[in-house]
Design a protein around this ligand. Structure first.
Ligand SMILES: Nc1ncnc2c1ncn2[C@@H]1O[C@H](COP(=O)(O)OP(=O)(O)OP(=O)(O)O)[C@@H](O)[C@H]1O
Length: 243
């Protein structure tokens, strides 16, 4: 049985079908990229997996259990975390406090314990924010805000993390740091990664498989080198040769 099994999922907003009969599977420990032109339905698909919106048709099974109808906090407790394209830290809180909020999201409020403190420090070290433990999030630059976004997600002890455009706005050196971090999420924490990204060159260095959405439909999937040469994918990005 697949770790994540998305079966014929459809989501409509009024007359617009944002996600149309999408099916794919992921195995535990994979890093998979989700690409497609603007408006292809990528973020909507994340929202459906994360329980932000209900879907109209289909079924999503995660780690052997259906997710249909679950609210986001229940999906989180099942082990799915997400990050947002525009980072959403609590700006007045320190990095440490932001991570503790992630613990509360997963376990409820059970107060600070030495074990929680150790875990928060471990997560902030992994993402490279150990020197900013007691810095308010509003003082962080963009790359560090993105690292904190990932730390907050890791604090919920996910088995699957949904990353939404982590690389946007980063310079080359910062991208290298971000790619190392994404590899570490999988290698150190064993977390499976589904990742929306527009920066293709960087994405291709890390992902083992690509899924391509266009107009809400999954038009292609497979190993990255084959997928980017697929005529359907080229057409989706560039339009027909006559256009
Ligand atoms: N809450 C909503 N209500 C109505 N329409 C929506 C809603 N969310 C998304 N859409 C529409 O669904 C379609 C898919 O949007 P979505 O944001 O999922 O695409 P995307 O692939 O993530 O695009 P981008 O790469 O630009 O972020 C778009 O036409 C969008 O306008």
């Amino acid at each position: 049985m697949a770790f994540l099994d998305v079966q014929h999922v459809t989501k409509r907003f009024g007359g617009l079908t944002a996600v149309a009969d999408v099916s794919f599977q992921m195995e535990q420990g994979e890093i998979v990229g989700l690409i497609g032109p603007n408006g292809a339905g990528k973020t909507t698909l994340f929202n459906l997996i994360a329980g932000t919106f209900p879907f109209d048709e289909g079924r999503i099974v995660f780690d052997g259990e259906p997710l249909n109808g679950l609210k986001p906090y229940h999906v989180c407790r099942r082990g799915i975390a997400r990050t947002f394209q525009i980072t959403r830290p609590f700006l007045e809180m320190t990095c440490y406090e932001n991570v503790v909020v992630g613990f509360i999201g997963r376990d409820g409020f059970t107060g600070e314990t030495p074990e929680r403190r150790r875990r928060a420090e471990e997560i902030l070290k992994l993402v490279g924010l150990d020197e900013f433990l007691h810095t308010q999030a509003r003082h962080l630059n963009l790359i560090n805000k993105k690292k904190l976004e990932i730390a907050r997600a890791l604090a919920t002890r996910p088995k699957l993390i949904l990353l939404d455009e982590v690389l946007g706005g980063l310079n080359t050196g910062e991208m290298v740091q971000a790619l190392d971090l994404i590899r570490a999420i999988r290698d150190r924490f064993g977390v499976t990664v589904l990742w929306i990204e527009h920066v293709m060159g960087a994405l291709m260095q890390v992902v083992e498989r690509l899924l391509v959405l266009d107009g809400g439909r999954l038009i292609c999937q497979g190993d990255p080198q084959t997928v980017v040469r697929d005529p359907r994918v080229i057409e989706a990005y560039l339009g027909e040769a006559d256009d």
